[in-house]
Design a protein around this ligand. Structure first.
Ligand code: GDP
Ligand code: MN
Ligand code: MN
Length: 255
């Protein structure tokens, strides 16, 4: 398989979606986005999970929950609001680390700090949750774009996440549809004819990373970015390690 394709097509256009309103429950993001932007077949539309969750009402009021004993104990050591930690625990399938921050596995397979629950870009007293089934959400968005515009696009739902071993957060893909997560170079040959045996490139995270650069984290008001003219790639969607292959997760559990 030759998968060395993406540099051949020429210019990739990266279009930040400006002038969207503050998103509220019931808003259709595809309708709002296509008001000012026309789409083309093959476009990849990245959307921040923050606005997707707001559009679906995946938010919670802090005063709607009562912290359990574990949440109160964790909150005491991290110095956070116990009600916030309660929500983080509720969103988590398995807690991998409690201190200095909660790191947990979510039902969708994503491992994230504070379960991806956000307190920014929403009114006081509210938090924003990650969508429970982000693959289904991305699918629904892609179908909706196709229904409204007739165009076949790819969709990535992004979130800003920390990385292990390095300072600084970057955009990560949480859900995706219409494109493969991984560009698989295994079986390809390098410039010297060596066969690549292990290289799998997480393209959707690379695209999410650049999208996040344009979105910013604070008051930019750019929750979506359109990528045009990316060469399609071959690959697969097994982004998350199976439990038995995930050595870091295993090590954390032994702590
Ligand atoms: P996250 O990375 O999904 O957690 O989202 P962020 O809170 O970092 O926001 C990403 C981008 O979306 C930033 O440019 C925010 O200013 C913008 N944003 C967040 N909420 C809204 C909203 O309701 N409307 C608009 N227009 N932009 C928003
Ligand atoms: Mn977030
Ligand atoms: Mn962000």
């Amino acid at each position: 398989m030759n998968n060395t394709v993406s540099a051949k097509r020429g210019k990739i256009e990266v279009i930040p979606v400006q002038n969207l309103p503050l998103i509220k429950k019931g808003d259709s993001l595809p309708e709002l986005i296509i008001k000012n932007y026309s789409l083309e077949d093959g476009d990849i539309i990245t959307i921040a999970t923050t606005v997707y969750s707001k559009s679906k009402g995946f938010v919670k009021r802090l005063d709607s929950v009562t912290p359990c004993a574990r949440a109160s104990k964790i909150a005491e050591s991290t110095g956070e609001d116990p009600r916030f930690i309660e929500i983080v625990l509720t969103e988590s399938k398995e807690v991998l680390l409690e201190f200095p921050f909660v790191l947990s596995l979510l039902p969708c397979g994503h491992v994230g700090v504070r379960a991806g629950v956000d307190q920014s870009n929403i009114e006081d007293e509210y938090v924003i949750l990650l969508p429970l089934d982000p693959m289904e959400s991305a699918n629904e968005l892609r179908n909706s774009f196709q229904k409204i515009t007739g165009k076949k696009v790819g969709v990535i739902l992004t979130d800003t996440c920390g990385r292990s071993f390095r300072r600084g957060q970057t955009g990560h893909a949480i859900g995706w549809s219409g494109i493969h997560a991984i560009r698989d170079f295994r079986g390809d040959h390098d410039l010297f004819g060596h066969e690549l045996k292990i290289t799998e490139e997480a393209v959707i995270d690379e695209i999410s990373g650049f999208a996040n650069f344009l979105m910013g984290e604070s008051n930019n008001g750019v929750p979506a970015v359109i990528f045009r003219n990316c060469e399609p790639w071959n690959g697969h969607d097994s982004l998350y390690f199976r439990e038995d292959e995930d050595f870091i997760r295993k090590s954390l559990k032994r702590l």
